[in-house]
Design a binder for this molecule. Structure first.
Ligand code: ATP
Ligand code: LTN
Length: 335
């Protein structure tokens, strides 16, 4: 008995090429992306237009865009199963973003915590793009009618805005967009800075000891783990007043599949030295195969650029259909 196969639910996600990916990017986002390819039709993009909201050096941005794509491939994104592309290669994102920005309120954008954080951090360049960033992100998602968006917990507010914009547009015109759901992993959705564990680990942090990069070698990873801020109790256990130790336990837990209970038992009576070494080893083991692949892919520019240009062509085909519908619904003349 054969049944008509249903369309697999669709996923879209993106990451900015603002620097080398951190352990936070890996655990919160990239790691899940590969795992989702089996059950979903996936589109993954390097969000280079979003990166322009903060000043970038042109040559560095170009290099980081290729590096980001190579890292995604190395981390398990399979271009035979998923569409991998660069945001600026599909013009429909920017085109839809304009229409959506005319359907997004100043008040809504003003409430975004990422805007508040980034405008405080870059007080000399609080540009309009930084403010309307979420309308472009909504366009990224809605242009493909994505069902699910895997992100770290810091992006939840942008997802809620996307849902509101989609619903508003659907009500004002007629059903057009799929209203997407966020997909936030249960553990490790927010990896904290190793130096200030109350803050999220961020690739743009000025203190290099606060993050682990996916390209860090084994010695560097070990050194950064050993320097990670903990507390004076000397007991490996998770608690709200032990953010440093709890963060290390989350990292170790996600990478080894062990529960907090099992980790506490494993290091009972051992102090932080052995624990930090084990955390470092779990990161080194996770990154070693990815780093080897990354070097290989990055050295093969023809292959990498081929994947990206095919990805852009496939994505553009899907995106154009939505854009044409939207232009028509809002009354833009089509000849
Ligand atoms: P920046 O430091 O430039 O603001 P970022 O490191 O926050 O960048 P993004 O490109 O903004 O990285 O985010 C890419 C993805 O990684 C998003 O889904 C985001 O939620 C996730 N992510 C970023 N940092 C963390 C973290 N510390 N823990 C878990 N997930 C994270
Ligand atoms: N804003 C995201 C990156 C991003 C994104 C997207 C994520 C841009 N467009 C669409 C999911 C879906 C961030 O991680 N800072």
């Amino acid at each position: 008995m054969s049944e008509t196969p249903l369309r697999k639910p669709r996923i879209l996600s993106g990451i900015q090429p603002t620097g080398t990916f951190t352990l936070g990017n890996y655990v919160g986002a990239v790691r899940n992306w590969g795992a989702l390819q089996q059950e979903y039709e996936c589109l993954y993009m390097v969000a280079d237009l979003h990166a322009l909201t903060v000043r970038q050096e042109a040559a560095a941005l170009r290099r980081q865009t290729r590096e980001a794509a190579a890292m995604l491939l190395a981390a398990g994104i399979d271009p035979g199963r998923s569409i991998l592309f660069v945001q600026s290669h599909v013009p429909a994102h920017a085109q839809l973003a304009w229409v959506l920005s005319c359907n997004t309120q100043f008040g809504e954008l003003s409430r975004m915590t990422q805007f508040k954080d980034k405008s405080a951090k870059h007080a000399d360049n609080v540009n309009a793009g930084l403010f309307t960033y979420p309308a472009l992100m909504a366009a990224d998602i809605l242009v493909y009618n994505a069902d699910l968006v895997p992100v770290g917990v810091d992006q939840k507010q942008h997802l809620e805005l996307t849902r509101n914009v989609a619903q508003r547009f659907n009500n004002l015109y007629s059903p057009t967009f799929t209203v997407p759901e966020p997909y936030i992993g249960k553990t490790g959705a927010k990896i904290m800075s190793l130096q200030e564990p109350e803050k999220k680990m961020s690739k743009s942090d000025t203190n290099a000891n606060s993050f682990i990069l996916m390209t860090d070698d084994a010695d560097t990873i070990l050194r950064k783990c050993k320097r990670a801020v903990t507390d004076s109790e000397g007991v490996v256990r998770a608690a709200d007043d032990k953010p440093g130790v709890t963060n290390l336990m989350s990292i170790y837990g996600v990478l080894t599949g062990k529960s907090f209970g099992a980790i506490e038992a494993e290091f009972a009576g051992q102090g932080y030295g052995a624990f930090k070494e084990a955390v470092a080893a779990s990161i080194i083991d996770a990154f070693a195969p990815i780093q080897a692949e990354y070097a290989r892919i990055l050295a093969d520019k023809a292959y990498l650029d081929g994947v990206l240009s095919q990805g852009a062509a496939r994505a553009a085909g899907l995106a154009q259909r939505t854009l044409t519908k939207v232009y028509k619904k809002v009354g833009l003349l089509q000849l």
